[in-house]
Design a protein around this ligand. Structure first.
Ligand code: ZN
Length: 412
């Protein structure tokens, strides 16, 4: 007999078990994990044929509002300054319908790649006002069947140097932003922006997720200041920083000291490998640095870290397929990680560790956890990262949201 809402994924491989299992889903959660063949056949059954069932991918840092505008912009220098300038020009013509359509396209792409949870950064300033923010906010309910989407509002074009922006951040938080972000390097007074963002975060009791230290000039590094502010405000465990590319330019002793400081302050680090590779090291004509923070070394020091997409098809990153398993592969390649446990860590930085940054502790394939799952065309997490395994099925709270047939050869 089939029971509505019950589903069994047969013949699955999961983390932490060597045998093949059946996963029973009930009321949106994983109800049981049994040896293959022993689950009661009382629901819709999907035979995954010995494939790896991963927790759904978790995107901690993406910009839906400015995605898919590469055809409207020039990216000739490939510098951060050019990207900010070009997007600011394009932004003047953004309408709510335009932002909504592009953001929905990117969000759907992410869902098709197996992403079940996402934090998107959305910019406000006197030019765009709340047009972009409201358009993205509408997607939260429209796509709740497939993805948990939360908005982080931030001042891409400056805060202390851009009057009117702080009022818009406050308005966005009142309208439903769940996180406040920052980009201190666009204001003359970087610490001034950081101070204001902490004050706003405390007022609204929301976490902070700031772009930080997006340069290779270690003299312009603010990570120590952010760690000090985090401790001062008792915000341990509620602050994440993105990019932190200066960490790639530090000698080992200074790096280790900052790793200890980040661990102590409970500040998480998100690496955005595609953007960092594209924008860092411009102007250097040989031995070009990778400019990607070695976060696997931070994890060893007790810091939480995630890998994320950041930009999709715009002057900051003129590429993008929203695949987090591809981003994990890209990071592994840049960071020269090849051992099985190192590849598995890269997978956790787009699943379990990423979920921790978004405040969810139980993002694993285990009894009692939400059934947010992706079936990958491979047998393990390490293989998924090594081979950029395709997602064949995606489940959101047990309901199938995506299916894709494995590629097949048609021999003559
Ligand atoms: Zn970003």
């Amino acid at each position: 007999m089939k029971i509505a809402g019950h589903r069994v994924l047969r013949n699955a491989r999961i983390d932490g078990r060597d045998d093949i299992v059946d996963i029973t889903i009930a009321a949106g959660r994983i109800g049981a994990i049994d040896a293959a063949g022993s689950a009661h056949n009382d629901g819709d059954t999907v035979d995954v044929g010995g494939r790896y069932v991963s927790p759904g991918f978790v995107e901690t840092h993406v910009h839906l509002d400015k995605s898919c505008i590469v055809d409207r912009c020039h990216a000739r220098e490939g510098t951060l300054a050019e990207a900010i300038r070009e997007v600011a020009n394009a932004k003047a013509a953004f309408t709510p319908d335009d932002v909504h359509a592009r953001a929905a396209r990117t969000l759907e792409r992410a869902i098709l790649q197996g992403t079940t949870r996402m934090r998107t950064h959305v910019e406000v300033d006197p030019g765009i006002g709340l047009r972009g923010f409201d358009a993205v906010l509408a997607l939260v309910d429209e796509y709740a069947w497939a993805i948990d989407l939360e908005l982080c509002v931030f001042p891409q074009e400056g805060l202390t140097d851009n009057p009117g922006t702080e009022e818009l951040i406050v308005a966005a938080l009142r309208r439903g932003a769940r996180v406040v972000g920052a980009a201190p390097y666009v204001d003359r007074d970087r610490h001034g922006q950081i101070d204001r963002i902490f004050a706003i975060a405390r007022d609204f009791d929301v976490p902070i997720d700031m772009h930080l230290d997006f340069t290779l000039d270690v003299a312009k590094m603010d990570v120590e200041y952010v760690c000090a502010k985090t401790r001062e405000h008792r915000y341990e465990g509620r602050v994440a920083i993105g990019h932190a590319t200066t960490l790639s330019a530090l000698p080992a002793a200074r790096f280790d000291a900052i790793a200890a400081m980040l661990a102590d302050a409970g500040v998480a680090v998100t690496v955005l490998p595609s953007t960092d590779l594209f924008l860092m090291g411009r102007g250097i004509d040989h031995d070009i640095p990778r400019g990607v923070a070695p976060v696997h070394r931070l994890v060893k020091a007790g810091v939480n870290a995630s890998l994320a997409t950041n930009n999709v098809l715009n002057p900051f990153t003129p590429y993008g397929d929203c695949s987090l398993v591809r981003m994990a592969n890209l990071y592994a390649n840049i960071a020269q990680l090849g051992a099985r446990d190192e590849l598995a860590l890269c997978h956790r930085m787009v699943t379990e560790r990423a979920a921790q940054i978004l405040g969810t502790g139980d993002h694993r394939v285990e009894v009692g956890a939400l059934a947010d799952l992706v079936v990958l065309d491979c047998a393990s997490a390490a293989q998924a990262v090594a081979e950029i395994a395709a997602p064949l099925y995606v489940f959101k709270q047990g309901r199938m949201t995506v299916s894709r047939a494995p590629a097949m050869l048609h021999r003559p």
